[in-house]
Design a protein around this ligand. Structure first.
Ligand SMILES: Cc1cc2nc3c(=O)[nH]c(=O)nc-3n(C[C@H](O)[C@H](O)[C@H](O)COP(=O)(O)O)c2cc1C
Length: 179
């Protein structure tokens, strides 16, 4: 069982999530590799897919959405899971846990339906606006007063949640193996 974990990441947070998912699948005895969508030449030869994107302005990054749409037929014929990385730590709930305050990306439902995704999961992301790599538009956005609450800086990725989700995928796939 050869699994592709394909991702689109602007600053590396989503890449880290994809790599942790691939590691978790490998430790469950499955053969998994994490690759940026842009470097995937063909989806042939993979038995299952986990595809994820960072969310920017309420949508997936274009290259990830295009990857799903372009390969729709091949992906729909195999088990597929989708994930988004985006929300930053928000107000805490009564147990002191961060709550995800940013909405599910607008295109997630359409993309999930297109490939009959078994699940779409939204993970907390990471963001720092002192990165040299951020463009002018992002710098401008992150300085707006509204962004200070919606986009607090930090690494909010929840590794136990990511590993638990990936372990669920491993269980699903292992259960479908013959014998
Ligand atoms: C300009 C800007 C817009 C963003 N828009 C959203 C959004 O609409 N929804 C969301 O959940 N997160 C949003 N985020 C947070 C990012 O998705 C988060 O930082 C993500 O983990 C970044 O992943 P990456 O490092 O792989 O690019 C935004 C961040 C920036 C800087």
């Amino acid at each position: 069982m050869h699994i592709l974990v394909a991702y689109a990441s602007r600053h590396g947070a989503t890449q880290g999530i994809a790599e942790r998912i691939a590691e978790t699948l490998r430790s469950a005895g499955l053969d998994a590799e994490a690759l940026p969508v842009a470097s995937v030449k063909s989806v042939a030869g993979y038995d299952a897919f986990v595809i994820g994107s960072a969310a920017y302005m309420f949508r997936w990054l274009k290259e990830a959405a295009t990857f799903v749409r372009r390969n729709r037929a091949a992906l729909a014929a195999k088990p597929v899971w989708l994930f988004s990385s985006g929300p930053m730590g928000g107000p805490t709930d009564t147990q002191g846990r961060d709550q995800k305050v940013v909405a599910v990306p607008k295109d997630a439902a359409e993309l999930s339906e297109a490939v009959y995704a078994r699940d779409h999961h939204v993970f907390f992301g990471a963001y720092s606006n002192d990165r040299k790599s951020i463009g002018l538009a992002e710098r401008f956005m992150s300085l707006m007063p509204a962004a200070k609450t919606a986009l607090p800086q930090g690494d909010f990725r929840d590794w136990p949640e990511i590993e638990a989700w990936a372990s669920g995928i491993a269980r699903d796939l292992t259960a479908s193996l013959p014998g």
